[in-house]
Design a binder for this molecule. Structure first.
Ligand code: PXP
Length: 237
């Protein structure tokens, strides 16, 4: 069964629009769980534009959350130290740029190998399962295996944004990189830009173990409620 992780950052983004206390990401996590989510994903960004330190702490502490906690984080020393202290079930290392609207590309592991390996080592020593968010290229997968990651999350943004005639090419890249990850004993995850239309072909990739989806599900939840929106995506995958 493919696990579905729900990225709840947008709930905190809405709260930050008014700098108030609602909507609460913890409540969102519980609603997602009631809809059948297998995990809760959140990104503690260096600029704290949505999830803040208190959210991260409460998401990791709340005993009403029984599903996997997946914390996305950059390689910044401060954030890695927080993750080592909070000990989420899983950490997904991502690149981060202040000016980006959302995570734009994967980590370039051959380029940032040393820093990435150091962050990954510290997280693993804290007992955290560590994944790397990478573009779907075999050299990135090979680097992830060499650096000792437990999993890779393939960036599906190029596939999701591709025009109809390019989509198959992008899907093939995901399939090839996914196969290489599985051969290298890396758990296979994917995410970014997935929605109710484009997710099934990605869910059909052999040995896909986890999909992390935020924007489409939170958008649908505005109209259907989060439980239903999660349930609909679960049914789809
Ligand atoms: N996976 C990673 C590593 C991400 O950074 C994001 C976006 O925060 C997602 C998955 C979810 O992407 P989307 O919101 O487009 O579904």
């Amino acid at each position: 069964m493919i696990e579905l992780g729900i990225n709840i950052d947008h709930v905190a983004t809405l709260r930050e629009a008014r700098k108030t206390y609602e909507p609460d990401p913890i409540w969102a996590a519980v609603e997602a769980q009631l809809g059948g989510a297998d995990g809760i994903t959140f990104h503690l960004r260096e600029d704290r534009r949505h999830i803040n330190d208190d959210d991260a702490q409460r998401l990791c502490d709340a005993d009403v959350i029984h599903v996997k906690r997946n914390m996305e984080l950059s390689l910044a020393e401060e954030i890695v130290a927080i993750a080592c202290r909070l000990k989420p079930d899983q950490a997904t290392l991502v690149p981060e740029r202040r000016e980006e609207v959302t995570t734009e590309g994967g980590l370039d592991l051959p380029v940032h190998g040393e820093r990435t390996a150091e962050a990954s080592k510290r997280l693993k020593e804290a007992g955290v399962f560590v994944s790397a968010f990478i573009d779907p290229d075999t050299d990135q997968v090979d680097a992830a295996a060499e650096l000792g990651f437990d999993a890779v999350e393939l960036h599906t943004g190029a596939y999701a944004n591709a025009a109809d005639d390019a989509r198959q090419t992008e899907l093939s890249r995901l399939i090839t990189a996914g196969q290489r990850a599985v051969e290298s004993n890396l758990r296979l995850h994917a995410g970014h830009g997935l929605n109710y239309h484009n997710t099934p072909p990605v869910a059909a990739i052999a040995e896909m173990a986890e999909l992390n989806i935020g924007h489409a599900i939170i958008s649908r939840a505005v109209f259907t409620g989060l439980r239903d929106a999660v349930r609909q995506m679960k049914d789809l995958i």
